[in-house]
Design a protein around this ligand. Structure first.
Ligand SMILES: Cc1cc2nc3c(=O)[nH]c(=O)nc-3n(C[C@H](O)[C@H](O)[C@H](O)COP(=O)(O)OP(=O)(O)OC[C@H]3O[C@@H](n4cnc5c(N)ncnc54)[C@H](O)[C@@H]3O)c2cc1C
Length: 462
C-alpha cells in the first residue's frame, strides 16, 4: 500500500463527508463540472460535510504535498474547480439556506446553486442579486462579484454580502465582515478563491416579487443596429427596477415564434421588471416599436421561475469557451462588431449577450472592496458553445476573433467570473488599482500561494 493510500484510510475515518478517489464508482460523476471541455482527474476528492472537513482536507493536502482546487457548484468556465492529481475540496453537497425573515438575512452554504438560494428566500418574498442561470453556484459567483436581474436596483451580489466564514490556508476558521478581519472581507468580495474556502455566506435580502414582470421580445436580425441603438437610448433613462439584456443568437424553437424564424439569427431583449406589474407593462410599451417584432412572450411570473428561464439553453455537458469585455458606453462601433460576428455564429448554441449593470453597482466606491470596475455599465459575453470536440477550433477561433474585433470599443478591465483558464494575464486588469492591496492581503493570509488554482493573485509586499 502506497503512503497516500495509507493516509487516505485515515482521512476517510476523520472526515464526516465522503472521500472519493479514482476507481470509485462515482468518481467520474463527482469530478465532472459544467463545462465539458474540462476533463481533469484529481487524486483525491473530499466531499465536505462542513468547515471541519475543509480544515482536515487542507491539512491532508499539505501533509501529502497535493495541489488544492475548490469546487462550489462547478460552473466556472475556466474549470479551476477541478484539478489534475491534486485534492479537490468539493462543497457541492453543502446546500442549507437559513433565512432570518425579521432581519432580512440569509445564511447560505457554499454548495448552493442559485436555485437553492432563490427558492429558499423567495418562500419569504425575499431575494438578493445573483446570476441569471439557476444551476450556477452561489459560492463562485459571490467571490468573483456576481450580477443579475436585480443588480441595477440592489448592486452586485458582493454589495449584499454581510459576512462570511472562511477557512484560510493555515487551516484556521475565521469570520470576515466589516468588523472582523475586515481586510479579508475586503479581499473575498471579488478576489475569487485566492484567500481561502468560504464555508458560509451571510447575505442581506430585499423584498422582491414573488411575482415580477419578465419575458422576451424577439426582433429580426436585419434590424439589429436599430434595435441596439434604441436599446442604448432607452436604458439611459430606464428606472433601476427595470433591467434589459440583449442576446444575439439563432432563435430556438420557441412556441411564440413563427416556425420560419426558428434557427435564424435574431435579436432578443430579455426584460425584467421588479416593481408593480401594471407600471412595468406601461414602461415596456415603447420596446414594441424598436423593430418589427417576430414575437414576444412576456407577463407576470414568479421571480424564482424567471431565474430558471435560461436553464434549458445552458445545460451542463456542452463544450464552452467564453470571452468578455466591460463597457462604460455602448458605441456604434461595438454594435457593428456584434452584428458582424452574430452573422457568422459557428454553432446554433453560440450567442453574444450584453448584460446591463448600471445603477446601484456604480454608486459603490471602486476601492470599497476587491471588485474594482464600478464605472462599468454593460458586460459583454461572447458565449461560444457546441457539442463536439472537433468543433473546438472553429468555435474558439470565432470567439477570439470577435473579442479582438470588439476590444477597441471596450472600457478595459474584465469580469473575473467570465474568464477562461488561459486569461491569467488579465488578472491585474481585473483588479486595477486594487491589485497591490489584494496581493498584500494574499501575502498575509496565504504567503505560500497554497490556493493558486484560480485566477491567481500572487502574494506580494505591495
Ligand atoms: C451558464 C452560466 C451563466 C452564468 N451567469 C452569470 C450571471 O448571470 N452573473 C454572474 O455574475 N456570473 C455568471 N456566471 C459566472 C459564474 O459567476 C461563475 O462561473 C462562478 O464562478 C460560478 O460559481 P460556482 O460555484 O458554480 O463555480 P465553481 O467552478 O465551483 O468555482 C469557481 C471558482 O470559485 C472559487 N470558489 C468556489 N467556491 C468557493 C468557496 N466556497 N470559497 C472560495 N472560493 C470558491 C474557486 O476559485 C473556484 O475555482 C455564469 C456562468 C455560467 C456557466
Amino acid at each position: 500500500m502506497s503512503q497516500l493510500s495509507a493516509n487516505l484510510e485515515k482521512l476517510r475515518v476523520e472526515v464526516k463527508g465522503k472521500v472519493v478517489v479514482p476507481g470509485d464508482s462515482n468518481y467520474d460523476e463527482v469530478r465532472k463540472i459544467w463545462n465539458a471541455m474540462i476533463d481533469r482527474h484529481p487524486a483525491v476528492i473530499v466531499r465536505c460535510a462542513g468547515s471541519g472537513d475543509v480544515q482536515r482536507a487542507i491539512a491532508f493536502a499539505r501533509e501529502n504535498k497535493l495541489e488544492v482546487s475548490i469546487r462550489g457548484a462547478g460552473h466556472n468556465i475556466a474549470g479551476n474547480a477541478v484539478c489534475d492529481q491534486g485534492l479537490m475540496i468539493d462543497l457541492s453537497t453543502l446546500k442549507n439556506v437559513r433565512v432570518d425573515v425579521q432581519k432580512k438575512r440569509a445564511f447560505v452554504d457554499p454548495g448552493c446553486t442559485l436555485r437553492d438560494f432563490d427558492e429558499a428566500v423567495q418562500a419569504h418574498g425575499l431575494a438578493t442579486p445573483v446570476g441569471i442561470n439557476s444551476t450556477t453556484g452561489i459560492a463562485g459567483l459571490t467571490v468573483g462579484g456576481g450580477f443579475g436581474w436585480l443588480t441595477r436596483k440592489y448592486g452586485m451580489t458582493i454589495d449584499n454580502l454581510i459576512s462570511a466564514e472562511i477557512v484560510t490556508a493555515d487551516g484556521s476558521l475565521r469570520r470576515a465582515s466589516e468588523n472582523e478581519n475586515p481586510d479579508l472581507f475586503w479581499a473575498i468580495r471579488g478576489g475569487g478563491g485566492n484567500f481561502g474556502v468560504v464555508t458560509s455566506f451571510e447575505f442581506g435580502l430585499h423584498s422582491v416579487g414573488p411575482e415580477i414582470l419578465a419575458g422576451l421580445m424577439v426582433y429580426p436580425f436585419a434590424e439589429a443596429k436599430q434595435v441596439l441603438r434604441k436599446y442604448r437610448e432607452f436604458m439611459e433613462s430606464a428606472p433601476e427596477e427595470l433591467n434589459i439584456w440583449v442576446v444575439l443568437r439563432q432563435a430556438p424553437p420557441l412556441p411564440f415564434l413563427p416556425e420560419t424564424v426558428h434557427g435564424k439569427e435574431v435579436v432578443v431583449l430579455a426584460i425584467f421588471y421588479s416593481g408593480e406589474i401594471s407600471k412595468g407593462q406601461k414602461m415596456i410599451e415603447p420596446l414594441r416599436s424598436f423593430g418589427n417584432l417576430h414575437g414576444e412572450h412576456i407577463g407576470a411570473q414568479p421571480y424564482a421561475q424567471w431565474e430558471q428561464a435560461f436553464d434549458p439553453l445552458l445545460t451542463p455537458g456542452a463544450r464552452n469557451y467564453w470571452k468578455s469585455h466591460n463597457f462604460i458606453d455602448l458605441s456604434d462601433g461595438v454594435f457593428d462588431s456584434i452584428i458582424k460576428y452574430a452573422g457568422k455564429l459557428p454553432s446554433s448554441q453560440c450567442e453574444i449577450f450584453v448584460g446591463c449593470i448600471s445603477g446601484a453597482a456604480n454608486r459603490v466606491a471602486s476601492d470599497a472592496m476587491a471588485y474594482q470596475h464600478r464605472e462599468v455599465k454593460y458586460i459583454l459575453n461572447v458565449h461560444g458553445r457546441w457539442e463536439l470536440e472537433s468543433d473546438d477550433k472553429k468555435g474558439i477561433g470565432w470567439a477570439r476573433d470577435f473579442f479582438q474585433d470588439s476590444a477597441p470599443f471596450a472600457s478595459g478591465g474584465a469580469y473575473v467570473n467570465f474568464m477562461t483558464e488561459e486569461e491569467g494575464d488579465r488578472v491585474a486588469a481585473v483588479y486595477g488599482d486594487n491589485f497591490n492591496r489584494l496581493s498584500q492581503i494574499k501575502n498575509k493570509y496565504d504567503p505560500e500561494n497554497f490556493f493558486h488554482l484560480n485566477q491567481n493573485i500572487k502574494p506580494g509586499k505591495g
